[in-house]
Each structure stands twice: as C-alpha cells, then as structure tokens.
Design a protein around this ligand. Structure first.
Ligand SMILES: Cc1cc2nc3c(=O)[nH]c(=O)nc-3n(C[C@H](O)[C@H](O)[C@H](O)COP(=O)(O)O)c2cc1C
Length: 275
C-alpha cells in the first residue's frame, strides 16, 4: 500500500504537494499523478503537509487521512491586532482561584499543544497532569527540603538567588513553587531521544498550551523551580514518578486567575543584529 493515495478524479497535477514535501519524496513523473519515490518512502516523517497543502483535497496520507484532516475555516482567521494584543496581554498568573480545571479542558489544551512544531516531527512530548491537591501540596512541601538542601550544599547559588528568604517564606506556606495553582502540567520525553530537541519541543508545546489556556479564560505560569527539582532532586523525581527513561522538559501551573490584567506592561527593547 503506498503511503499516499490520489483521487484521480479531482487531482489536476498542479504539483504543489511535490514542491511542498519537506523530504522531497513526492514526484510527478512525466505529467502523471503524484506518487512517492519507493526508495524514499521510509524517510517520510508523516508531517501531513501534502494533505494540508492540496487545494483540491485530492491527496490522502496513511498517517493523515483526508477524512481526519479538517478544512481550515476562513471565518476563524484572527487579525494581526487581535494576535498582538493576545500575545502581549498574556501574563504569568501568581494568584489562582480555588477552582478546579476540568480534565476535559486540560485534554483540549493538550490537543492544541500537539500542533506545536517538533524537531523531525517526532512528536515525542508526553504529559503528566497533576490535579490532586494532596500531590500538589506534597511538591510544595518538598520545595522546603530542596531549598534547605541547596542552602547547605550550594551556598553560592543559594545566596545569588536569595533562597534563604524564599525558604523562610515557604515555611510560612507561601506556596512559592506552585502558587496555589490547581493543576501542574509536566511535559516529559525520553532522555535519550535527541535530548536538545526534546527540550525545545516541550517548551514549544507548553507555550502553545499556555496560549490555548488563555484563549479559554485560564491562566498559566511556568514552574521553573519545579522543573529544576524534577530533574535534580530525588524526592521530587520520586513524587513525579515519570517513566524511568524520561526527563521533565518543562513544568507549568494552570488554573483560573483571581485577577484580570488591564494594561500591557513594558518590556526591554529588542537587541537585533541585522545583516
Ligand atoms: C522557564 C521559565 C521559568 C519560570 N519559572 C517561574 C517560577 O518558578 N515561578 C514563577 O512565579 N514564575 C516563573 N516564571 C515566569 C516569569 O517570571 C515570567 O514569565 C516573567 O516575569 C514575565 O512575566 P509575564 O510572563 O507575565 O510576561 C518562569 C518563566 C519561564 C519562561
């Protein structure tokens, strides 16, 4: 079975599928219909561009069948002003409502996050979602142990990051690590799989999830300390219990923000080298 099939009744041999294919495995020999070069078939990374780009819906791919590849709706295109305000208006939430987020919503966010770009289209990012209050409280508690460990063993790091003060606040139930968010999402992947790409892929996916969450009236905040603990502090590693051969590549709090933002704050001017 070839990996692509062509509806010969509708295909007009325009060749866009061949030009678009990032692996250049589709050809149109002598004006015939598009086909995959047999020896190159195994190099297809199932990106689905051939299906997405065909203006006539004439091409189907084994891994992206036409019937499972919905049409883009023109009416849903957002305008640049909307995009600009949406991106610049997103904030990291630090004060969450005591309100759970339904697993249905979280699943929807992860569905969207799957569409973030991934190196080689590997789509290797997996997800751990913790919405159990006790488990989240346990991570906050372990934060105290971690701070004590860093202060004792890495005094310079602790001093540079003001961790003594953070520890004092954490002991007063400051929730410095998860900010009272009802959900922690961990993007994880196999440690051995092109590790540098897994890190980028996870950050991309979490950023997509972040934006999708904001579009649904939720808020997020990256959990940088939890990420550090997840990969370096055995008690937190144990609490997260990721698959043995996996590492956490990004952690994000999710919930409903107690507050709304009414203005867009300033950011540094970008430093750009033009050539
Ligand atoms: C990798 C990363 C880790 C972060 N870790 C934390 C964290 O542990 N706790 C926290 O409150 N904010 C954390 N943040 C949020 C940043 O502080 C925040 O993005 C920055 O202050 C800018 O604010 P804004 O996101 O509202 O624009 C993190 C952000 C990133 C990108």
């Amino acid at each position: 079975m070839p990996i692509i099939s062509i509806d010969q009744k509708t295909c007009n041999k325009c060749g866009i599928c061949a030009l678009e294919c990032p692996r250049r495995i589709i050809v149109l020999p002598d004006g015939s219909f598009p086909q995959v070069v047999a020896e190159l078939e195994a190099t297809c990374n199932a990106c689905g561009h051939c299906v997405a780009v065909c203006p006539r819906g004439s091409l189907s791919h084994r891994d992206s069948p036409l019937k499972s590849s919905p049409k883009m709706e023109k009416g849903l295109v957002v305008n640049p002003e909307q995009v600009e305000q949406f991106l610049k208006g997103r904030r990291s939430a630090r004060v969450f409502k005591d309100r759970p987020v339904s697993r249905e919503i979280i699943t929807r966010l992860i569905e969207d996050a799957r569409y973030a770009p991934t190196g080689h289209n590997l789509q290797e990012v997996e997800w751990l979602v913790i919405d159990d209050k006790k488990e989240l409280a346990r991570i906050e508690e372990l934060g105290i142990e971690w701070l004590e460990w860093v202060i004792k063993n890495l005094p310079k790091v602790a001093a540079d990051s003001n961790l003594e003060e953070k520890l004092e606040r954490q002991k007063l139930k400051h929730d410095a690590f998860l900010r009272g968010a009802p959900v922690l999402i961990v993007a994880h992947a196999n440690k051995s799989s092109l590790a540098s790409l897994a890190g980028i892929d996870s950050a991309n996916a979490l950023s997509y999830l972040d934006l999708a969450a904001n579009s649904l009236g939720l808020s997020t905040c990256w959990a940088g300390y939890v990420y550090i603990m997840a990969n370096t502090f055995p008690p937190v590693k144990e609490a997260l219990a990721l698959p043995e051969d996996h590492a956490a590549y990004g952690c994000m709090m999710l919930g409903y923000n107690k507050f709304k933002y009414h203005r867009i704050p300033c950011r540094k001017e970008p430093k750009i080298i033009w050539r």
